[in-house]
Design a protein around this ligand. Structure first.
Ligand code: CDP
Length: 130
């Protein structure tokens, strides 16, 4: 049996806030917020996927940190959350899949309208932001 597809999500932290990105698609997720990320490609490490997705979706370079939260089952496979910090450049919504970005402080994390899987890591994000 093939291993489950791994999807990485990035808890990109800057100045005590974490970046949330507003999805435009698919219709079921449009308008909801997520930690930026996507599928790990063949031959790529999870950290490499985080770096690539942040470059493609946000136009920014990041340095990947540790993994947080437990693995989450999602329709696409398994979602793993990695922390990261900005190495260069302010994030901009580059990909068609994001309509906007916002920096979220610890006290605001629980009130964000997250996509389902990401809602499960709210407590981990609050702990991360301290
Ligand atoms: O960018 P790519 O097409 O590789 O992946 P994606 O469409 O961004 O994400 C793959 C799947 O993981 C989708 O079903 C997303 O909804 C899900 N996902 C998620 O649940 N939470 C995230 N933070 C990122 C992706």
């Amino acid at each position: 049996m093939a291993a489950a597809q791994v999807v990485v999500a990035t808890a990109l932290v800057h100045d005590g806030r974490v970046l949330a990105a507003r999805r435009t698609r698919p219709p079921a997720l449009a308008g909801l917020w997520e930690l930026p990320g996507g599928r790990v490609e063949a031959g790529e490490s999870e950290a490499e996927a985080v770096v690539r997705e942040c470059r493609e979706e946000l136009g920014t370079a990041v340095v990947v940190g540790e993994r947080i939260a437990t693995d989450l089952r999602i329709d696409a496979g398994v979602l793993r959350v990695h922390t990261a910090r900005l190495a260069d450049g302010a994030p901009q919504p580059r990909a068609l899949e994001h309509a906007g970005l916002r920096w979220v402080a610890a006290g605001e994390v629980a009130a964000v309208d997250w996509v389902g899987a990401d809602r499960a890591v709210v407590a981990d994000l609050v702990a991360l932001l301290g």
